[in-house]
Design a protein around this ligand. Structure first.
Ligand SMILES: [Zn+2]
Ligand SMILES: [Zn+2]
Length: 244
């Protein structure tokens, strides 16, 4: 369940103009979003103060121990007070496993993070995933946005062939980038990371699930456990949907 926090901002320096304060706060939130510590936020004026309502994957997401160089830079000269005021109403499951045995990279869902636990199926908040050399997860979040934009295009654009290929083909530009990101994640997590390949026509029962890997042709094997209904290619690190 995502937490809702209220943050109140003040400029440490009184001479700072309102516009500057707002710009700094927006930069501060961008840095938090790129670390996966804030999902969404809304800024407002309340009795002369600049206030934000933000959703966080976990209660400790704003803890200073996670601050990277960008968050530190944009919180300089800024006084931030925050408190948890509630939980999001929709149900979401955040992984609390100590040592997941594998991970899934899946940009299809409504979750904020595209990384999921292979054991419990829960979302892994990105700030708990080791960051890349930029100290952020911007490339992972950018790929997730492109993937979701592609799904929207496919759903809204007469189910055209180009967008479907981007979503389902292992060698599409979108999935090549997904596989590159999954490999990079695997290097940092030291556990297998499988890229989930959607079967857009599966919903319409127009295309049965694949039994062989679409990249190497080897037979797929069922993912153990009952959380995910997926078949895996261990060599290519791909995950494909099973029959519903
Ligand atoms: Zn888990
Ligand atoms: Zn394969």
């Amino acid at each position: 369940m995502y937490k809702i926090a209220k943050l109140t901002f003040e400029a440490a320096d009184d001479a700072q103009k309102d516009g500057q304060l707002q710009e700094q706060v927006e930069n501060y939130f961008s840095a938090l979003i790129n670390q996966g510590r804030v999902a969404e936020y809304m800024l407002m004026q309340q009795e002369g103060a600049l206030v934000a309502i933000a959703s966080l994957p976990e209660a400790d997401a704003l803890s200073e121990q996670y601050d990277n160089k960008y968050v530190k830079r944009f919180s300089e000269g800024l006084s931030v007070h925050w408190e948890l005021i509630g939980e999001e109403a929709f149900d979401s499951h955040v992984c609390t496993c100590q040592h997941p045995s594998c991970y899934l990279l899946d940009a299809n869902g409504k979750e904020e993070s595209p990384v999921f636990c292979g054991d419990c199926g829960g979302e892994i908040p990105l700030y708990r995933v080791p960051e890349d050399e930029t100290q952020e997860h911007a490339s992972l979040l950018g790929w997730q946005q492109a993937f979701q934009a592609m799904i929207t295009l496919w759903c809204e654009s007469l189910s055209d062939r180009f967008t479907r290929r981007q979503i389902e083909h292992p060698a599409s530009a979108l999935n090549r980038e997904g596989r590159r990101l999954a490999r990079a994640l695997e290097d940092r997590l030291n556990k297998p990371v499988y890229l989930y390949l959607e079967n857009p026509l599966g919903y319409l029962k127009k295309k049965p699930p694949l039994r062989h890997c679409p990249a190497c042709g080897k037979p797929l094997t069922a993912m153990p456990g009952e959380v995910w209904a997926l078949n895996l290619c261990h060599d290519c690190r791909l995950a494909l949907p099973q029959e519903e």
